[in-house]
Write a new protein. Structure first.
Length: 262
């Protein structure tokens, strides 16, 4: 990777609900590859994995984009009564569709999506629903059961109680946040196996996961590989936790390899 660190442009674009999504982007060759970083829960479109991917894109002469999901970073909330109250499967995919439309104004080439945790979930389902829009996936500790597994992180809570109350308080990294019932409701039936069966079997997928991940079990990634198409690989590391900070370069390199092969 080059010592030159490119500076991303920042643009606010209109979201599906009339709010704003902050996009970080770099133009490249219009018909060349685009490396697209998709962040995790309570994170944003910056950080070391995003930076490593942007540097990889710059070195390849490729385009780069990442964005703050609604309710994250500097984008507007998902709901007037709480930043993450409206977060669900559809809001995540709506945001990715919005970013896709934005990039269509300056890029017409193949796209490789790099999704981290929740971003791995969103990227994968976006690829399943829009196979023409994605030429490859790189997933870092993908939360294939995102939304559904949030219930297990709130001790004593039942699905019935969540449904009846409409929302629940979740102790997030930055303090308590309220999560709406739609997050769980729209996640039911979505897991690594159903996703693998929905993806284009020819889709190349590269997965990175750590054995010591205490948030998303690496067994979910193993199950996905067992059910997915032939061009899928899983790189397991002994350590690295859920964030896989030390794997940022390897993740970017995997995306670069898919981009060059596009």
């Amino acid at each position: 990777m080059s010592e030159h660190r490119p500076a991303a442009r920042q643009t606010f674009i209109d979201s599906a609900d009339g709010g704003k999504i902050l996009v970080h982007w770099l133009p490249g060759k219009p018909d060349g590859p685009l490396l697209w970083y998709v962040h995790g829960f309570q994170s944003d479109g910056t950080g070391n994995k995003s930076t490593a991917l942007m540097e990889m894109a710059s070195g390849l002469g490729a385009a780069f984009v990442s964005a703050d999901f609604r309710g994250h970073g500097r984008s507007t909330p998902t709901h007037p009564d709480g930043a993450l109250l409206g977060l669900c499967h559809e809001t995540l995919l709506d945001d990715l569709r919005t970013v896709r439309r934005f990039t269509a104004g300056w890029h017409q080439g193949p796209r490789v999506l790099v999704g981290s945790s929740m971003g791995g979930y969103a990227s994968s389902w976006f690829a399943a629903e829009h196979p023409e829009a994605v030429q490859g996936l790189v997933l870092a500790a993908p939360a294939f059961r995102f939304g559904f597994t949030m219930l297990g992180r709130m001790p004593g809570l039942t699905a019935e109680a969540w449904r009846n109350s409409g929302s629940v308080e979740y102790q997030g990294m930055g303090g308590p946040v309220r999560l709406g019932w739609k997050l769980y409701e729209q996640a039911e039936g979505r897991n690594e196996v159903t996703l693998a069966h929905r993806l284009n079997p020819a889709m190349p997928v590269r997965i990175f996961h750590a054995v010591d991940d205490d948030v998303i079990p690496y067994a979910d990634s193993v199950s996905f590989v067992a059910a997915a198409g032939p061009d899928v690989s899983l790189a397991l590391s002994r350590s690295g936790g859920h964030r896989l900070q030390e794997s940022a370069l390897a993740i970017a390199m995997a995306a670069g390899e898919l981009a060059r092969g596009s």
